[in-house]
Design a protein around this ligand. Structure first.
Ligand SMILES: *Cc1c(COP(=O)(O)O)cnc(C)c1O
Length: 362
């Protein structure tokens, strides 16, 4: 069916899989004989409890999450985790952070309000265009955790190997790469992801935390900020973001039907290659990130001339491609090509950029 949709390259909230949107449309007025929309349902109803527990189970299946990890659905987006993580995980008062771009910088700023932050490696010297070597970091013995932003949404970089934490707990912000490829959960103490990048609607974060990191001695923290409260109440201490849980659950089932995360990784690599191959061969456009650290999800690129960049953005917009303007802090262009962006969308974009290049030179 033709809905007259554009190819939406937004970094988030971002494009959704059309089969999921169609299912939601079909269930809008009467969810599976319940006589109501999920939006209208009590979070304590048996229908909704089933939706939430299936969503959790499907996520566990997709990521093969071990039994000693809790899955939490929390509100406040990924941003609240910048504070909840240091508030809940700081015992000795020291945390090591790797600074690779805008989102790790924000996390560092919040963590500094809670304790001592050691920035053990940074790529600030080259405007966050690479992942620093994290194979032999200087990590004090009494460090509570090592923190990374595993995919920097704005600067467009990702880790090809995880840092050597020397036995310390690894914490990862996976917001813009969540479920884009297989992930060995046991490598981490805590993984979290705001869902509006690669999974569902805005307003919820998924936290996957090893049980032994959930402390019960933090009763002075506001209840909502304690992982223990969320874990003990199956993420229903208060009314959860029911709509987001419902939609994410649909996306999990959809990803399973495509073959799971191995299949997603192959699809994403194939898709990103179309764009990176073009950028590597173009005389006008080039990527801004070192090849080994390029994100498969967020692809920043420039012409080298800000006025020309703006012309390209207007040209692509007129041709039906949305949200290609780079983040205001970086400039240029950025194509976010999450799980739900079809390869045809990327191919069509490349054709459009080639046309621009030809017309400009012609
Ligand atoms: C978008 C984003 C965030 C912030 O998410 P909110 O849900 O807006 O709080 C944090 N980290 C990364 C990597 C992001 O891409």
């Amino acid at each position: 069916m033709n809905y007259d949709r554009t190819y939406n390259f937004s970094a988030g909230p971002a494009t959704m899989p059309e089969p999921v949107l169609e299912e939601i449309r079909d269930e809008m007025m009467n969810y599976q004989g319940s006589g109501m929309c999920v939006m209208e349902m009590s979070h304590r109803s048996k229908e909704f409890i089933k939706i939430a527990s299936e969503a959790e189970q499907d996520l566990r299946d997709l990521m093969q999450i071990p039994d000693n990890y809790k899955v939490l659905f929390i509100q406040g987006g990924a941003t609240l985790q910048f504070s909840m993580i240091p508030m809940n995980l700081t015992k000795y008062g020291k945390a090591v952070y790797i600074e690779t771009g805008a989102w790790s910088k924000k996390a560092i700023a919040e963590a500094k309000k809670e304790g001592e932050v050691i920035v053990a490696a940074s790529s600030k010297d080259k405007n966050y265009s690479y992942i620093p070597d994290c194979s032999d970091l200087d990590i004090p013995e009494d460090t509570d955790y090592v923190y990374i932003c595993e995919n920097e949404t704005i600067h467009g970089l990702t880790y090809s190997t995880l840092p050597n934490t020397k036995g310390h707990v690894l914490v990862s912000d996976q917001s813009s790469m969540f479920l884009s490829r297989p992930c060995n959960v046991s490598d981490y103490g805590l993984i979290y992801a705001g869902v509006q990048k690669n999974v569902g609607p805005a307003g919820m974060v998924i936290v996957i935390i090893r049980e032994n990191l959930i402390r019960d001695d933090l009763t002075n923290l506001p209840s909502y900020l304690q992982y223990k409260i969320h874990a003990d109440n199956d993420s229903m201490y208060n009314t959860p973001n029911c709509w987001a849980i419902y939609v994410c659950g649909k996306v999990f089932k959809y990803l399973k039907s495509l073959g799971g995360l191995e299949a997603m990784a192959a699809i994403n690599e194939d898709k990103a290659k179309v764009l990176y191959d073009f950028l590597d061969s173009s005389a006008m456009f080039h990527g801004t990130v070192e090849k080994k650290d390029r994100s498969l999800m967020n692809v920043p690129f420039v012409t080298g001339d800000a006025d020309l960049d703006a012309k390209v953005v207007a040209y692509t917009k007129a041709a039906g491609f949305d949200n290609l303007k780079g983040h205001r802090s970086v400039g240029g262009l950025r194509a976010s090509i999450y799980n739900a962006m079809p390869k045809e969308g990327v191919e069509a974009l490349v054709d459009c950029l080639k046309r621009f290049e030809n017309e400009y030179h012609g």
